[in-house]
Design a protein around this ligand. Structure first.
Ligand code: KIV
Length: 266
C-alpha cells in the first residue's frame, strides 16, 4: 500500500472512487485507522471538544495542534495527514504562514485546513504560493459558532447557497487542493462537488461528495458531546470492535451506503 498523496486523491475523484477521511488525535487510533484503510487522517480542532472537554473548538491553541499532529504523523505510514489551523491562528496571511509552518515542520502535517470563504482567499493564496498545501472548509464552520449562534445546517437559503458555491470556486482558484463541506443540503454539496476540479469531502453533506469525514469519537459513539444526527454509530454495529467499526465505515463510504438518507439534510 503506497502513500496517499494529493495525486492519489485527484485520481480517486477522477475515477469516482470515494475517499475515506477520519479524524485522529493520537498514535494508537492512527495505527488502527490506517489498518482499517482510512485514506486521510484529519487532526481536527474538534480535539478541543472530544479530547480536552472544552465546550467549543475556540480554546484550542497552535501548540495543542502541533502536539496532536505530531502524535499522528509519527506513526502514520500511508494516510495523508491534515492539521487544522485553530481559531485566531490565521488572522493575517503572515500569521497563517507561521502557523502552517509549525504544523508542517514540527507536527509533520502534509496539508493544513482553514475555515472560511472569501475572507480567507488572500491567505490561501499566500500559503499555496509558498508550498503549503491547503484544504478549505465551508458550510458550518465551528470556529464561527458564536457568530452563527448554534450548530445548524448552512446554505439553505438561495443567496447563501450561491455564496457558498462562489467561495468554493474562489478557494480553488487561490490554490486550495481539497475542500471540506460541513452540514449543508445534499443538493448544494453535489453542485459544488461537480463544479470543482479538486476533491470535495463532506460531513453532513450527503452522499454525492468525493469522500466523507467523521469525527472519530462520534462514529464510535464515545464522545462526551451530543453526537450529530449525520453520524452513525459504527462501533455498536460491530460489537464493540474498534478496528471493524472503522473498516465498516471505510467500506460504507466506498460503496456509498454511508451517509444514508437519515444522515442527510435537504
Ligand atoms: O475539527 C474537525 O474535526 C473538523 C471536521 C468536523 C471536519 O473540522
Amino acid at each position: 500500500m503506497g502513500k496517499v498523496t494529493i495525486s492519489s486523491l485527484n485520481r480517486m475523484k477522477r475515477d469516482r472512487e470515494k475517499i475515506a477521511m477520519l479524524t485522529s488525535y493520537d498514535a494508537s487510533f492512527t495505527r488502527i485507522a490506517e489498518k482499517a484503510g482510512v485514506d486521510v487522517l484529519l487532526v481536527g480542532d474538534s480535539l478541543g471538544m472530544v479530547v480536552q472537554g472544552q465546550d467549543s473548538t475556540l480554546p484550542v491553541s497552535v501548540d495543542d495542534m502541533v502536539y496532536h499532529t505530531g502524535c499522528v504523523s509519527r506513526v502514520a505510514q500511508h494516510a495523508m495527514v491534515i492539521a487544522d489551523m485553530p481559531f485566531m491562528s490565521h488572522g493575517t496571511p503572515e500569521q497563517a504562514l507561521n502557523t502552517a509552518g509549525r504544523l508542517m515542520k514540527e507536527g509533520g502535517a502534509h496539508m493544513v485546513k482553514i475555515e472560511g470563504g472569501a475572507p480567507q482567499v488572500e491567505t490561501v493564496r499566500h500559503l499555496t504560493e509558498r508550498a503549503v498545501p491547503v484544504c478549505g472548509h465551508l458550510g458550518l464552520m465551528p470556529q464561527s459558532i458564536h457568530q452563527i449562534g448554534g450548530y445548524r445546517v448552512q446554505g439553505r437559503e438561495e443567496r447563501a447557497g450561491v455564496q457558498l458555491l462562489e467561495d468554493a470556486v474562489a478557494l480553488q482558484r487561490a490554490g486550495a487542493q481539497l475542500l471540506v463541506l460541513e452540514c449543508i443540503p445534499a443538493l448544494l454539496a453535489a453542485e459544488v462537488t461537480q463544479a470543482l476540479e479538486i476533491p470535495v469531502i463532506g460531513i453532513g453533506a450527503g452522499v454525492e461528495t468525493d469522500g466523507q469525514v467523521l469525527v472519530l469519537y462520534d462514529m464510535l459513539g464515545i464522545s462526551v458531546n451530543k453526537v450529530p444526527s449525520f453520524a452513525r454509530n459504527f462501533l455498536e454495529e460491530c460489537g464493540g470492535d474498534i478496528g471493524s467499526a472503522i473498516a465498516t465505515y471505510v467500506k460504507a463510504v466506498r460503496d456509498k451506503t454511508f451517509p444514508a438518507k437519515e444522515h442527510t439534510f435537504e
